[in-house]
Design a binder for this molecule. Structure first.
Ligand SMILES: Cc1ncc(COP(=O)(O)O)c(C=O)c1O
Length: 398
């Protein structure tokens, strides 16, 4: 019903993906040259999608445009809460109070703020590595020490070293864990047992935990997301972050849900957070949760096929690559250590040799050398061309 094969031109829309990659990936300006023209790149890097946002969302924004005034706006009343809460009930069998819900212009800005509000001067924050780099940036920005727990990877399957985690969490200066559930970049959907162990370690040490669940709507068929809020129903030092941004390709609308239980933290948030939202973003998010499910179901099936295709293609053309279909996200995480030395920048290699923009392991804090992250939220034809170029460039590598 929806056409995920359509190739949509994003150039000259101020999209980071097309127009801003030099700055973000290479910390360079427009003088940086490649053996490819910009429009010749296959772009499989930043986590937004090449698919059109569903019509139900665009229609809601159009209706709001017709109201013609765009003054200061925030979440008033219960309409948005009802839409989002019913999404969570339906999909995760999880409920939360309206008073828990706050909005933020993105999860990243909320992380930066929450670290500031939660961690005192010499306190540290903990996360699992490889990691989405902004967890580390949130620590750096607030001059807090980042404590990393390396995940264990066996045959491409990542698990948590709970002994290491327990030891690091026991440090009384480590007061906050930022937890990615499901995990970017490994794609793991943590099991109930794993979540219970995390909950146990966190609560024993009376730590704060921010559960970043931004990828929770994007799971492979048959898998189920368990919100940390369900595992720790009464734990007040839990903050949950969810958003329609990844799910419905509206990251640029900068709207996310931050669920805060602790009354003291809520008071600080209310006092210090800049509490306005974009009027178009609110209606978009509400429409997504109310009417976006049929689109998401089709998208999920399309993504499942892309993941399958990548596995088959790599097995044939790059047999020493280690790959496992990600349980969640639209991001593939591929181990190319058989073909590269740990010092090589894979981001550079594939940009220059293959004309593919992707994120190399160096962009995920640590414990990620020799890996690439590929964004598969693209039309099949784009994924196929990207994979062809990747495999050819590796196979002709000197
Ligand atoms: C784990 C994780 N958290 C947060 C974000 C971005 O959040 P936002 O766009 O709401 O700031 C991303 C984007 O890739 C992500 O992977």
């Amino acid at each position: 019903m929806y056409n995920f094969d359509e190739i949509i031109d994003r150039t000259h829309t101020n999209a980071l993906n097309t127009d801003g990659f030099r700055g973000y990936i290479f910390h360079a300006d427009e003088t940086m040259q490649f053996p490819f023209k910009d429009e010749e790149f296959i772009r499989m890097w930043v986590a937004d999608m090449e698919f059109a946002t569903p019509d139900v969302i665009i229609d809601a924004m159009k209706e709001r445009l017709d109201r013609r005034i765009f003054g200061y706006t925030s979440l008033f009343g219960n309409e948005y809460y009802n839409a989002f809460a019913s999404w969570c009930k339906r999909r995760y069998d999880w409920t939360f109070d309206a008073s828990d819900l706050f909005s933020s212009n993105g999860i990243i800005p909320a992380l930066y703020e929450l670290v500031e509000y939660i961690c005192k001067e010499d306190e540290k924050l903990l996360f699992l590595t490889p990691s989405y780099a902004y967890f580390k940036y949130a620590a750096d920005f607030n001059h807090k020490e980042a404590v990393c727990c390396d995940l264990v990877c066996e045959d491409g399957y990542y698990t948590i070293d709970f002994d290491d985690l327990a030891e690091k969490a026991a440090d009384e200066k480590t007061t906050l864990m930022i937890f990615c559930n499901p995990h970017n970049p490994s794609g793991r959907v943590w099991t109930e047992e794993e979540l219970a162990k995390i909950a146990d370690i966190v609560s024993k040490n009376n730590m704060w935990i921010i559960s970043d669940e931004i990828h929770c709507d994007l799971l492979r068929k048959g898998l189920k997301h368990i919100p940390m809020g369900k595992v720790m129903p009464d734990y007040t030092r839990l903050i949950t972050a969810m958003a329609p941004s990844k799910t419905f390709n509206i990251a640029g609308l900068m709207f996310s849900n931050i669920l805060i239980r602790d009354l003291g933290l809520r008071a600080i948030w209310k006092e210090r957070h800049y509490g306005f939202d974009n009027p178009l973003s609110i209606v978009a998010a509400q429409a997504a949760y109310e009417k976006g499910e049929p689109w998401l179901n089709e998208l999920s099936a399309y993504l499942d096929e892309n993941f399958k295709f990548v596995g088959e293609y790599l097995a044939e053309h790059l047999p020493k690559a280690k790959y496992r279909i990600s349980e969640a996200t639209y991001l593939a995480w591929v181990d190319l250590n058989a073909y590269f030395t740990p010092e090589e920048s894979l981001t550079m290699f594939f940009a220059y040799e293959a004309g593919v923009l992707l994120e190399g392991g160096n962009m995920f804090v640590q414990n990620s050398d020799g890996f690439i992250r590929l964004n598969l939220a693209c039309p099949k034809a784009t994924v196929a061309e990207g994979l062809k170029r990747i495999c050819e460039s590796v196979n002709s590598k000197k």
